[in-house]
Design a protein around this ligand. Structure first.
Ligand code: HEM
Ligand code: HEM
Length: 223
């Protein structure tokens, strides 16, 4: 059941369903954003981009008020903890991101937020494809923003490759399947491992309202 030899294991909750739904939405929407941009489907690009924006807002807020394993305070650790983790061969499993994985989560979410922020202002009004807030900046600024929007896309791509490489490394070398828990929400862990503490649903509703308001502000700004 588990690779931790000898230890009795128990099926333990690890990721709550908001984290899982948001994660698999990222995995669908990022390729869709690339495809729509490459194929000139800019109406779809900005609509999907706005949905992604709202999901990222929910995930960022969930990182402060959500379930224990979703919180930044539970997985953002100093360089000492990261080095110690990378050097140790048999670290004790915890329910949540390890210190190295935690930083990759911060970088992935940060790059997505940056890319979305740039996208809002990107584009050239003379060729008809612009982000909703493009008219608020000069055309010189907008063209610089558009260049950055392209550059940051490659950074996101590099991080996704690293993300998938880490997951394959865990699967093949460490014989640890990380994908199943990201689908089912739970995994076998040594008895006594601190389990995920779920956040109440009303907090999720508050995050969804905040995300909806963010979309509304963009929509008003676009008018
Ligand atoms: C993580 C999210 C996003 C990704 C991965 C992404 C990706 C891309 C890519 C690859 C391009 C083509 C760049 C080029 O080759 O010139 C592009 C262009 C563009 N994107 Fe996004 N995008 C994202 C979010 C957004 C959002 C949220 C908006 C606005 C709501 C947006 C608005 C635009 C616009 C207006 C362009 C056209 C720029 C131009 O070439 O004139 N993007 N995006
Ligand atoms: C294309 C875009 C993707 C993005 C932007 C992305 C981003 C992320 C982020 C931000 C997290 C942290 C989850 C959280 O705490 O909210 C995460 C975790 C995870 N992702 Fe992805 N992901 C992508 C694709 C994939 C794919 C295709 C797979 C599987 C084949 C995958 C498997 C996982 C797994 C297993 C975890 C949990 C890792 C752990 O146990 O610490 N991801 N991803």
């Amino acid at each position: 059941m588990s690779s931790h030899k000898g230890a009795a294991t128990v099926r333990t909750p690890l990721w709550d369903w908001p984290v899982r739904i948001i994660h698999w939405s990222f995995a669908l929407l990022i390729p869709a954003l690339w495809w729509t941009a490459e194929n000139g489907e800019m109406g779809w690009h900005t609509s999907i981009g706005t949905i992604l924006m709202q999901l990222v807002v929910i995930r960022l807020l969930w990182g402060f008020v959500g379930s224990s394993t979703a919180r930044f305070s539970s997985f953002v650790r100093g360089p000492g903890a990261v080095l110690k983790h990378l050097r140790s061969q048999n670290d004790t499993p915890t329910a949540g991101h390890n210190p190295a994985g935690g930083w990759s989560v911060v970088v992935l979410l940060g790059l997505m937020a940056l890319q979305i922020g740039l996208g809002l202002f990107a584009g050239d009004p003379d060729d008809g494809t612009t982000g909703p807030l493009n008219h608020l900046v000069s055309s010189t600024a907008a063209s610089r923003v558009t260049d950055l929007h392209e550059t940051v896309f490659y950074l996101i791509l590099a991080m996704i490759v690293l993300h998938l490489a880490a997951i394959i490394y865990y699967r093949v070398i460490k014989r640890d399947n990380l994908i199943a828990p990201m689908i089912t929400g739970a995994r076998a862990m040594p008895a006594g491992t601190t389990s995920m503490v779920k956040a109440p649903v009303w907090r999720l509703i508050a995050c969804i309202v905040a995300a909806w308001l963010t979309g509304w502000v963009v929509w008003v700004g676009a008018a």
